[in-house]
Design a protein around this ligand. Structure first.
Ligand code: AP5
Ligand code: ZN
Length: 216
């Protein structure tokens, strides 16, 4: 299966991805996680992406298309993948389609996480992440077993630099202006499935399972 997760900051893409990845043996490509790793390692790519990310703007299409193109060539991605946070502009979507066409494959489903902006502030400001794995927790909705520690490795959790109320507003604006047209783009191809992302995480998971298992 080749699946795209699309939705605003905090809608639950990163929460649902690891579950889908496990159950469907798909490779999980999250451009946000990849970019944060590049920033942390101070690679040339990271240095270029850092400023845009910190102010809640999108990183340039060329840069993210480059990292996705490379990742899609991995043998582990040949059977299927989940794209989390990509494509985020129509240009990115067109470039992705062109790359997939060369491989003779196409996107099966685009899961559109629908949720009101008003709910997202609490989700974003309460989020804690384990940087090495990308696992996310929430102080109220998904607390770790030990406060401030990752459940699996016991390593410390951190808050993302862009998870402030101010930067969230900018990320929401980027989403509405640049990413909503991506949903329309895939709607025309008939592959969009709407997900009620305001529901509790386990209900969202169940619904996604059904959606992925259904043939159309
Ligand atoms: P990215 O990392 O992709 O961030 P985002 O899209 O803003 O999404 P988030 O990771 O904030 O939200 P999420 O949906 O994963 O939420 P989560 O599951 O963690 O991108 C960051 C930046 O990188 C961008 O701003 C941009 O600069 C750059 N970038 C990335 N991709 C790019 C691209 N393609 N082009 C250009 N630039 C790009 O959930 C949030 C919280 O809520 C968690 O604490 C979680 O525990 C909790 N939660 C989740 N689900 C539920 C639920 N159902 N009920 C209650 N709580 C829940
Ligand atoms: Zn995420």
């Amino acid at each position: 299966k080749r699946v795209i997760l699309v939705g605003p900051p905090g809608c639950g893409k990163g929460t649902q991805s690891p579950i889908l990845k496990e159950e469907h043996c798909l490779c999980h490509l999250a451009t946000g996680d990849m970019l944060r790793a590049a920033v942390a390692q101070k690679t040339p790519l990271g240095l270029e992406a850092k400023a845009a990310m910190e102010k809640g703007a999108l990183v340039s299409d060329d840069l993210v298309v480059g990292i996705i193109d490379d990742a899609l060539k991995r043998p582990s991605c040949s059977k299927g993948f989940i794209l989390d946070g990509f494509p985020r502009t129509v240009v990115q979507a067109q470039k992705l389609d062109a790359a997939l066409e060369k491989q003779g494959v196409k996107i099966d489903k685009v899961l559109n996480f629908e949720i009101d902006d008003a709910i997202l502030e609490e989700r974003i400001t309460g989020r804690w992440i384990h940087p090495a794995s990308g696992r996310s927790y929430h102080s109220k909705f998904a607390p770790p077993k030990v406060e401030g520690r990752d459940d699996i490795t016991g390593e410390p959790l951190i808050q993302r630099k862009d998870d402030t109320v101010e930067v969230l507003q900018k990320r929401l604006t980027s989403f509405h202006e640049q990413t909503t047209p991506v949903i329309d783009y895939y709607q025309q191809k008939g592959v969009v499935k709407n997900i009620e992302a305001a529901k509790p995480a386990n209900e969202v998971t169940d619904y996604i399972r059904k959606t992925l298992d259904s043939p159309n």
